[in-house]
Ligand binder design. Structure first.
Ligand SMILES: [Zn+2]
Length: 163
């Protein structure tokens, strides 16, 4: 994870001290405090009939692995909007949110640190699959074809989908 050395506001070298019960970096000149918060991510468990739409990640973290479409929530958009935007960017298809599945904490040791992942069940449309810039490939998996790590992560919803 990248760390601030200088204040991003005024350029002064940050100091370390106890602030609000935690050791934090702060700027002695302009009161900037380097609070550490998880990055907000929206993720689409994207399904059509009983198949799951996954992308082969083209970028780290987990480059080359199959995963659900996901990405950072941008300023000015809701988690739902981010979820459907990322789905469209990464797979070329539109989607409809069915429901919120949950909010999970994940730690990405490769790049981003703590992430807060808002997970939605999304029904996808019938458009042609087109992998976006950040995806090497995109395809539907039947339950039997899903990678083991994916089944482990989302076993609850996968079971629910089979009913
Ligand atoms: Zn400063």
């Amino acid at each position: 994870m990248k760390e601030y050395i200088f204040c991003p506001i005024c350029g002064t070298t940050l100091q370390i001290g106890m602030l609000e019960g935690k050791e934090r970096k702060y700027c002695p000149k302009c009161d900037f405090v380097d609070y550490k918060n998880p990055l907000p991510v929206a993720l689409a468990i994207a399904v059509k009939d009983k198949d799951f739409l996954l992308i082969k990640r083209g970028l780290p973290p987990k480059k080359g692995m199959w995963a659900s479409p996901s990405g950072f929530i941008e300023i000015g958009e809701t988690a739902e909007e981010a979820c459907l935007r990322e789905l469209r960017e990464e797979t070329g298809v539109s989607g409809k949110i069915v429901k919120l599945l949950g909010v999970a904490r994940r730690e990405d040791k490769e790049l981003y640190g703590d992430m807060l992942i808002v997970e939605y069940l999304v029904k996808v449309g019938n458009e042609e699959l087109t992998p976006g810039n950040e995806a090497e490939d995109v395809k539907f998996f039947s339950v039997g074809e899903l990678p083991d790590y994916y089944v482990e992560l989302y076993s609850n919803i996968i079971k629910e989908m089979q009913k």
